[in-house]
Design a protein around this ligand. Structure first.
Ligand SMILES: Cc1cc2nc3c(=O)[nH]c(=O)nc-3n(C[C@H](O)[C@H](O)[C@H](O)COP(=O)(O)O)c2cc1C
Length: 340
């Protein structure tokens, strides 16, 4: 398999619950949870994609002929581009693909590392859903970011201990999963966390802590107060609350308020290198991609992920070249016009 088209066609065969639409925009799969859609009317997922089209890139080609460099870093770890695989759980139940969580993670992590970047890995109701992905990161000297769901303290504690033992780069928590009814009522339930709870979480982790699921300046300030080292501006791909703003809409004001005090990542609807450019211009340090990355694994395994990330890198490089940006740090608000 050599091209993204081939990988995507293959994913269409194997992911029986995903339509693999020409543009992954949440329209055909509205309300399909389980499945790959957004919650309820699906409007939050759909808006994530739509609002990205309202950010336009400014062409500026009177510039030096120097090479464009997409490299960046995350908590000191160098990456070839600031794009990461988002944590995705329940591949079989959501995609209908015959692949175990363990082999999914193996292919995802391997593909990301081969492309020069990193994956966030997942967590779930039973210990193996956290332990198995972590065992994959262990094989790669901890190069990745495990995600711990907002469980009770004792459940967080053993997971945090494993993360420390395996010397992972950072730990994320999808604190917005506290709103997922299936997890709130499970035998080991998730729960909401206030600032003091999150301070305890941070102490347990002993690694940079990234809080995933921040959608307001108020939320970002609470994350800062809790001692978080990073946030993911995210509405969980529209899966936890209907009628949300798009993550790209709230990114700029959050980035301005944070003002360099935490690493800012963003996800939700990012589908191309141009989309990544827009996020960086609006203040993000990096972008997570969810659904297309899963389809890359389902359609092409580790090679599929590498092909997909190489495509994103090429698009980002071309957007940078045409906007007169040579390095990631050159991408600023001046390079875009925001139409919302
Ligand atoms: C099927 C599916 C499962 C997901 N599972 C998780 C999860 O276990 N933990 C988590 O933090 N986010 C999860 N997410 C959300 C993603 O990490 C990410 O925030 C979202 O997919 C980004 O939007 P995009 O898919 O439009 O790129 C899931 C998303 C989907 C579609």
């Amino acid at each position: 398999m050599k091209t993204w088209r081939e990988v995507y066609d293959n994913a269409r065969e194997n992911a029986t619950l995903c339509r693999c639409c020409p543009v992954c925009n949440g329209v055909a799969c509205r309300g399909e949870t389980p499945g790959v859609g957004g919650k309820g009317s699906g409007s939050s997922f759909i808006r994530n994609v739509e609002m990205l089209q309202k950010v336009k890139i400014t062409l500026d080609t009177i510039t030096s002929n120097d090479e464009v460099d997409t490299s960046s870093s995350l908590f000191g770890h160098p990456v070839s581009l600031p794009v990461y695989a988002a944590p995705i759980g329940g591949i079989e139940i959501n995609y209908g693909a015959k692949v175990s969580e363990l082999s999914y993670t193996e292919m995802l992590v391997d593909g990301c590392l081969r492309a020069g970047t990193l994956a966030f890995t997942g967590d779930g109701k039973i210990p193996s859903m956290f332990e198995e992905p972590l065992s994959v990161l262990k094989k790669h000297q901890g190069a990745g970011i495990p995600t711990i769901k907002p469980w009770a303290d004792d459940e967080i504690a053993w997971r945090a201990k494993l993360c420390l033992e395996n010397d992972v780069l950072a730990v994320a928590s999808d604190i917005d999963a506290s709103g997922l009814s299936a997890l709130r009522t499970s035998e080991v339930p998730v729960g909401f966390k206030d600032v003091d709870d999150l301070k305890r979480f941070k102490k347990l982790v002993g690694k940079p802590l990234i809080l995933k699921g921040i959608m307001s300046v108020k939320g970002a300030m609470k994350a800062l107060e809790a001692g978080a080292d990073g946030i993911v501006v995210s509405n969980h791909g529209g899966r936890v609350l209907d009628d949300c703003l798009a993550s790209i809409e709230v990114l700029k004001e959050i980035a301005e308020a944070v003002n360099g005090r935490m690493t800012i990542l963003v996800d939700g609807g990012f589908r191309s290198g141009n989309d990544v450019f827009k996020a960086l211009a609006l203040g993000a340090d990096g972008v997570l991609i969810g659904r297309p990355m899963s389809l890359a694994v389902i359609g092409g395994g580790s090679d599929g992920v590498k092909i997909y990330l190489d495509k994103i890198a090429l698009e980002l490089r071309e957007a940078m070249a045409m906007a007169g940006c040579k390095k990631i740090e050159d991408i600023t608000l001046d390079n875009v016009t925001v139409l919302f």
